[in-house]
Design a protein around this ligand. Sequence first.
Ligand SMILES: Nc1ncnc2c1ncn2[C@@H]1O[C@H](COP(=O)(O)OP(=O)(O)O)[C@@H](O)[C@H]1O
Ligand SMILES: [Mg+2]
Length: 250
Amino acid sequence: MSAIVRTEDLAKAFGSNAVLKGVTLEIPDKKVSAIIGQSGTGKSVLFKTIMGMMKPDRGKVWFKDIELTSLPPGELIAMRRYFGYSFQNAALFDSMTVGENLAFPLREVLRLRDRGEVRNRVAEMLKWIELPGIEAKRPDELSGGMRKRVGVARALIMRPEVLFFDEPTTGLDPVLSETINGLVIRVNKELNLTCVMITHDIPAAFRIADKISFLDQGYIIADGSPKEVVASEHRMVKDFLRISFSELKV
Ligand SMILES: Nc1ncnc2c1ncn2[C@@H]1O[C@H](COP(=O)(O)OP(=O)(O)O)[C@@H](O)[C@H]1O
Ligand SMILES: [Mg+2]
């Protein structure tokens, strides 16, 4: 598996709170990767440092053969078009319609000025998430699951190369969670994009992901195929997986 994104020895602290202490990670191209670990261990911080939204104290991030942390700010911002993200609380703009929400990155980031093209890309994206024709609706008229899908559509409309999902199913009921997990799989298989997700849903991660990385105390302590991670001898990983999987059998 060749890597599309790589990090080397990434470190990030907030005052005396050392969150990432040396994260070396490879995100395989055109696969689904999952980052798991306890809450508050720095999974979201890892995403933000990879995407260049947060500056690491030390370490490097490569997108293909471009080293991002040494780019001048303007060039780093320009690289963001290759990264789409759907954050847990990436709220849609409530004052805009769904169509305006989707058109926003096309106008503001890609600087698309052709109104017909913007309209077509928005319609095409809504069709792809199986919510055709909802351009005129406002986000607060949509259900939670629909809002999530529109959030994913907004990330995809830029035609990024890597899609980052930060806890896409947290707070959703099991049926909606399956819809969103299915959407992640479709993004990977139909659009052939690299997907990286942070998730609390460990059974889903093991079902969907080609590669799993376990973040704990600032380091990746287990990393590999689901089979390899399940076989980890690391105490923390074993305990975490035992608890996560036993919660199933109630
Ligand atoms: N902007 C920030 N300023 C200060 N501390 C932060 C900031 N962002 C995250 N943290 C801290 O970093 C740690 C990891 O946070 P986070 O990456 O959100 O954890 P996770 O996503 O694994 O639940 C937490 O202790 C959090 O309080
Ligand atoms: Mg988080």
